[in-house]
Design a protein around this ligand. Structure first.
Ligand code: SF4
Length: 512
């Protein structure tokens, strides 16, 4: 009997096509009071027009489907790059459940983060008691080496003071005095996950390096990846540094945590930059950030407080990777090895093979500022033409940098940077000024469905395709990955458009 029931279990994609559900949906409609299908179709058509686009772009008080998340999400990604670190979010449970599930859906890995579970009473009287109890429970139950505290909107609205709360918690015996509890205020009503990452990275480094400055440097280079969701990129940075013989510290390395081996045993803390190495990062020769807007405050802090040289270098595309390696060579005196020259040659060869399919292709893209800058570097290099660039978490600095890059190439002349706009704006852009390709995260699948613009998934989050986050988008190998995803999407679309027998299939070719 039980066996029979198991056999009847259906995936929801099949389940809801069954007669009983179809009948139920039809019956439900008569109580919904909706418009007629003709009226719905008429309005749907109207939303594709220039008239609607103008109304859409004049909206001020409403955001629809922004391509960004909130500060604490970025903060906890920074935290899990460090050995034995438990992210602790001071605020309500629901927010933290959302952060955990967001990362789990992207990385397909468990993600541990706790909250101080603030509810109505804490919202009225302040969350100090939640912090005292929460830190004690976290310390005793989960046995971390460090607890990194950030905040949700609720704690920020009532003005809870993390420094004072952590100090009081230690005085009340929640955890030992010397136990590291870095913190960052991460109000979600300003900035985005990118700023949250930056705030937490600064908080962790300032906590761990306090009093650790030495007379001489340790000869190392620090790398700060930024809000990096491609595990392959973290591994690529390490591989490039090792090939060049560079002694480095990756701040922080969450590659093992977010891509842990399945060996039958759950470990809450996997890998990560050791707290000793992170503490010694103050004595490095220089810090190289691979993202600019995810490290602005951290770099300011390092330059001012550590008196250390900082550099931003995004190794996207051939030129970006060349500049990155040359900068490393300049900082360390290490030569660029022959192996990397050969890799470069292979990437250039691959670009040459595919360039004819990419040249002049009109592209729409959206994402975080640094990701978009990296993609623009790559697209301009292969002769593609960026047209619509939507960055919900834009800044004036990003817009100036993006415009300067676009103006440096004839292929950038038709591009417009839409700072602060969302994916509903992007929908209007795609209907009124169509493009050949859309690049962005999984949320773009609704634009793909509506506008039929071929789509390449690059960015964060990617919920609906598997394993893309394991690849790299940087370095010469990452350049080949980007090329692979983009050119083969164009070729898939070409096949789809030439598929009708005796009509369009004269161009349905075996060889492209
Ligand atoms: S925006 Fe505020 S309320 Fe919403 S998930 Fe982020 S921290 Fe929580």
């Amino acid at each position: 009997m039980a066996q029979n029931n198991i056999d009847k279990i259906k995936d929801h994609a099949e389940l809801f096509h069954q007669d009983e559900y179809q009948e139920l949906f039809a019956n439900k409609k008569q109580f919904e009071g909706g418009h007629s299908p003709e009226e719905v179709a008429r309005i749907a058509e109207w939303t594709k027009t220039w008239e609607y686009r103008e109304k859409n772009f004049s909206r001020e008080a409403l955001t629809v489907n922004p391509a960004k998340a909130c500060q604490p999400l970025g903060a906890i990604l920074a935290a899990v790059g460090f050995e034995g670190t438990l992210p602790f979010v001071h605020g309500s449970q629901g927010c933290v459940a959302y952060f955990r599930s967001h990362f789990t859906r992207h990385f397909k890995e468990p993600f541990s983060a706790v909250s101080s579970s603030m509810t109505e009473d804490a919202a009225v009287f302040g969350g100090l008691n939640n912090m005292i109890d929460g830190l004690a429970t976290s310390y005793n139950l989960y046995k971390p080496k460090m607890i990194a505290v950030c905040t949700t909107c609720m704690a920020e609205v009532i003005g809870d003071d993390l420094q004072a709360f952590i100090k009081t918690s230690k005085e009340k015996g929640s955890l030992p005095e010397e136990f590291p509890v870095p913190y960052a205020h991460t109000p979600s009503f300003v900035g985005s996950h990118v700023l949250g990452y930056d705030n937490m990275m600064k908080g962790i480094l300032s906590n761990l390096t306090a009093g650790k400055k030495k007379e001489t440097t340790n000869g190392k280079i620090n790398f700060i990846p930024g809000f990096e969701t491609y595990i392959g990129n973290l591994r690529e940075v390490k591989r490039l540094a090792e090939l060049m013989g560079i002694n480095y510290t990756l701040l922080g390395d969450n590659s093992e945590y977010l891509d842990s081996p399945n060996d039958g045993e759950y470990k809450m803390y996997q890998g990560g930059t050791t707290l000793e190495d992170a503490a010694d990062s103050i004595n490095a020769e220089a810090t190289v950030a691979l993202q600019s807007y995810a490290s602005t405050k951290t770099r300011e802090y390092i330059t001012k407080e550590w008196q250390q040289k900082t550099v931003v270098s995004r190794p996207w595309g051939i030129r970006g990777t060349d500049e990155f390696l040359m900068k490393l060579s300049e900082l360390t005196g290490q030569p660029i090895p022959r192996e990397l020259e050969i890799e470069r040659g292979r990437a250039v060869d691959a670009l040459t093979d595919s360039q004819a399919w990419l040249h002049g292709k009109r592209i729409a893209l959206y994402g975080d500022p640094d990701l978009v800058m990296g993609l623009l570097q790559f697209l301009l290099e292969v002769g593609a033409e960026p047209v619509h660039i939507v960055v919900s978490n834009s800044t004036p600095e990003f817009e100036a940098e993006a415009k300067a890059l676009l103006e440096s190439s004839p292929d950038g002349k038709n591009a417009k940077v839409w700072g602060g706009k969302d994916l509903w704006h992007m929908r209007s852009l795609l209907f009124t000024e169509p493009v050949d390709l859309l690049i962005g995260n999984s949320y773009g699948k609704y634009l793909w469905r509506d506008t039929h613009t071929p789509m390449v998934r690059i960015g964060y989050p990617i919920f609906d395709r598997h394993h893309l986050h394991r690849y790299s988008t940087i370095g010469y190998q990452g350049t080949i990955n980007l090329l692979n995803w983009i050119v083969n999407t164009i070729l898939d679309e070409l096949d789809r458009n030439t598929i009708i027998p005796a009509k369009t299939d004269i161009s349905y070719d075996l060889i492209r």
